[in-house]
Design a protein around this ligand. Structure first.
Ligand SMILES: [Zn+2]
Length: 446
């Protein structure tokens, strides 16, 4: 009965959350309502002040052309400004999600719940080395641990594995061996249900991402490949059952829909698989699946939300569309070295530049998440044009997000302080802009 209720609620959520491509949502929001026309130049060089007076001029932002001034600002003062804004936002987010709630956990998840606040605090600790952030992060994870103890969800973003994995990594940084052992033991107790989907938000690759996160932060072999290999084999087996050899070798379904995007679909699954140890034939299927997607992209360079929805070129989100695909293509370019992947990633980035200034703020389907496409391409190519574009999206948010949200011209998110839908994503992006060469889309880029 509970499963039936859960399923019913999930289907209801198809109508409520924009990263699900329900026809209801698509009909209620016209394409022109989704994004702001991009008002920013293709490139603005940073000012190079040579006197104290010029420096003062370069870093003084007043109203008027403040956005253009921010775009030209030298990196050091701009990143300081973004960091300050992020730390102020972090205070607000902690108060709203933890302080004012008397530390009760409604939603424990990283996606829209308290674990997202903990993840932001962990990021803030890594940037500032402020030990208070790590202490608070650990306290919040402890509350999430209690709240998620009997959760059936197993992924990093929406399930128990996120709590245990982040708990273990935070404990390691805090030098708390007892807590580290506890979270690792809890992680080992996670059982993957037989009917688990394969996608990122709730499914098998969402669990695998937690394994990768542990191995990255605690050392390779923390979760041995003998443990993850059967999960990988199961995913490949499922993908081949729905795929077509010679066309798209792997295909997956989530609630009856063959999604393509990062959150629920093909490209999110390919993204995580590329970080796993794959047999040569498995790796080949991943590569050919990505090539099929490139071949069947929209003429604009954007990507369909699902296999059955190849006519509606509308969504430019991390969850559905070019941004999530671009991040995976950047990874494919590193893994396989084919020019085709880099070319398609750059083409997808052009779509994000022109149609990705969404009227939403968060990671999943907002400007913050879309900025990571440029950061990822900057890291791969070293091309300053991409760094500028990431900076431009961040500056647009810094300069205008609060104003636009308060005027009702931009959606503040159904969960306005969350990491994936709210200003938590914006704070996270601002912190990543301090050292753009090390930025990572949270819970997606490793
Ligand atoms: Zn979304």
């Amino acid at each position: 009965m509970q499963h039936y209720i859960d399923t019913l609620l999930l289907h209801l959520s198809l109508f409520l959350f924009p990263h699900f491509t329900s026809s209801f949502f698509l009909q209620t929001e016209a394409m022109s309502d989704r994004f702001f026309p991009n008002p920013m130049p293709e490139f603005v060089p940073e000012a190079t002040p040579s006197t104290q007076h010029e420096l003062h001029e370069a870093i003084t932002v007043t109203t008027g052309d403040s956005l253009h001034k921010l775009l030209a600002m030298p990196h050091a003062p701009l990143s300081e400004r973004l960091k300050r804004a992020a730390l102020d936002l972090k205070q607000t987010i902690v108060m709203e999600t933890w302080g004012f709630t008397e530390q009760r956990v409604g939603d424990f998840t990283l996606y829209c719940g308290l674990l997202g606040t903990a993840f932001l605090l962990f990021k803030s600790y890594n940037v500032t080395q402020n030990a208070n952030d790590l202490t608070l992060c650990s306290q919040i994870i402890k509350a999430c641990d209690t709240a998620s103890l009997y959760s059936r969800e197993v992924s990093f973003i929406c399930g128990r594995a996120g709590v245990c994995a982040l708990g273990a990594v935070a404990a390691k940084h805090a030098g708390n061996d007892e807590s580290l052992r506890y979270y690792l033991a809890q992680f080992q107790k996670i059982k993957l249900p037989k009917d688990l989907p394969d996608e990122l938000l709730y499914g098998r690759v969402g669990f695998l991402w937690a394994c990768l996160f542990l191995n990255k932060h605690l050392g390779q072999g923390t979760v041995p490949s003998s443990y993850t290999a059967p999960v990988v084999d199961e995913i490949i087996k499922n993908g081949r059952a729905l795929g077509r050899k010679g066309k798209c070798p792997l295909m997956f379904e989530w609630y009856g829909e063959k999604y393509w995007g990062a959150a629920h679909g093909l490209v999110g699954i390919m993204h995580v698989l590329m970080d796993m140890e794959l047999k040569p034939d498995q790796l080949e299927d991943v590569r050919d699946t990505l090539k099929y997607m490139i071949l069947n992209r929209f003429p604009s360079g954007n990507y369909p939300a699902s296999e059955g929805d190849k006519k509606r070129d509308e969504l430019v989100h991390w969850c559905h569309g070019a941004p999530g695909v671009a991040l995976t293509l950047v990874k494919a370019s590193k893994v396989f070295g084919d020019e085709e992947f880099l070319d398609a990633a750059m083409e997808a980035a052009d779509v994000v530049w022109s149609r990705g200034l969404l009227k939403r703020v968060g990671m999943c389907h907002g400007i913050s998440g879309n900025a990571y496409v440029f950061l990822s391409l900057y890291q791969l190519t070293g091309n300053a044009k991409y760094l500028y574009k990431a900076k431009a999206f961040a500056c647009f948010l810094l300069d205008r997000a609060h104003k636009l949200i308060s005027r009702g011209e931009m959606h503040g998110g159904d969960r306005p302080y969350s990491l994936f839908e709210g200003v938590g994503g914006m704070a996270y992006l601002f912190l990543d802009m301090v050292d753009p060469s090390q930025s990572k889309f949270p819970a997606y880029e490793l």
